[in-house]
Design a protein around this ligand. Structure first.
Ligand SMILES: *Cc1c(COP(=O)(O)O)cnc(C)c1O
Length: 349
């Protein structure tokens, strides 16, 4: 703390990201990165951008990327917003769409950045308890609110909601924005982007960090009614006109165009997830049904923090949250078959 800080900085409680260790020989299953590399076409497109053109500013609107996303989802570019990671897109949404003097609603067990943005932008919030099976019960959101946000699949539980449940939520909350954070949708859920033409209160965010294996590039996006997108553009153009650099725009657009690499790597992760779930269940773990690239599991006899520490001693890092309701769970990213085997071997020991 220092006298030079604006007073409100003293009240901020920042997000704590998962550890990014310097040691490369660790089996890193703690931050839900993709174990497979990005699309070779994305890498080639990024390499082609490195040259004299870098002396020029990038396209402030990232039109090439918006078009690639619009083509992929069958929407208009005016329904697409792009930003520096979906965390930035989410920040703009909190800032531009959730400040209505009524509480924002989100699950009690969810992405821990949401309360951080509420703190940053002075947004009041209420958490809604997941049910006994750690699922979102949409009827529980039937109360006055200034917006609703949840990840689908939810993080860190991995549980997914179907589009009919999301439609019920949209129909019951026509006066507020419902933001569906689809960071993990490609690993087993149905995207709510299919609903944006019918629900002007729906905003869907996605990231290239997980299913497109570009966490290091920092690209995220939102799809929704052009009026919602315009709010995000107004914030973005009042904050940073060039959130995406030339390399990111080229790489992200090419990643969306390379459907084959995307589908193949997603299928590999899904197949590995099913194998890990079966093996961990056989070891006595209770594993929540997962539609994501991670699983959320607890063992009835083994303390989660102790397990995480023992795994770490064997060079395997997983995520443990010291939070109410979930402090006996581990969140484990699905890795390559070799990494998953190392995990299972260590857990059997
Ligand atoms: C990873 C993640 C994000 C952030 O993604 P970036 O695009 O890397 O900023 C957003 N929401 C959830 C639920 C996530 O797990």
């Amino acid at each position: 703390m220092s006298k030079f800080w604006s007073p409100f900085v003293k009240t901020l409680v920042p997000y704590v990201p998962g550890e990014q260790p310097k040691l490369s020989k660790l089996v890193k299953l703690n931050t839900n990165e993709n174990p497979y590399g990005p699309s070779p076409r994305a890498i080639a497109a990024m390499q082609a951008e490195i040259g004299d053109s870098l002396r020029l500013y990038p396209d402030p609107n990232g039109e090439r990327l918006k078009q690639a996303v619009a083509d992929y989802y069958g929407v208009q570019p005016a329904q697409v917003f792009v930003g520096n990671g979906s965390d930035e897109v989410l920040a703009h949404a909190f800032h531009g769409l959730f400040q209505h003097g009524k509480p924002l609603l989100f699950p009690d067990v969810t992405y821990s950045f949401y309360p951080v943005y509420c703190g940053l932008y002075g947004i009041e919030y209420e958490t809604i308890a997941l049910d006994q099976s750690f699922q979102i019960e949409v009827a529980d959101y039937d109360r006055p609110n200034g917006g609703i946000i949840f990840p689908n699949p939810n993080a860190p539980t991995g549980r997914v909601l179907g589009l009919s449940a999301i439609e019920r939520l949209l129909q019951a909350n026509t006066d507020s924005v419902v933001l569906v954070d689809e960071a993990y949708i490609d690993f087993g859920g149905e995207s709510a982007i299919a609903l944006v033409d019918r629900y002007p209160n729906l905003l869907v965010t996605q990231t290239l960090s997980k299913s497109r294996s570009l966490a290091g590039l920092r690209v995220g996006l939102a799809v929704g009614h052009p009026d919602l997108i315009e709010a995000l553009e107004r914030i973005k153009n009042s904050f940073n006109s060039y959130p995406l650099d030339r390399i990111a725009i080229a790489g992200a657009a090419a990643a969306f165009e390379d459907r084959e690499h995307f589908q193949q790597t997603c299928q590999q992760v899904i197949a590995s997830r099913e194998a890990v779930v079966a093996a961990m269940t056989a070891l006595g773990f209770e594993v929540l049904p997962s539609a994501a690239n991670f699983i959320f599991a607890r063992h009835p006899q083994q303390d989660a923090a102790t397990l995480a520490a023992s795994l770490r001693e064997e060079g395997i890092i997983v995520r443990h949250f010291k939070l109410p309701r979930i402090d006996q769970f581990l969140r484990i990213t699905i890795g390559t078959p070799e990494q998953n085997q190392a995990l299972l071997d260590a857990l059997s020991r």
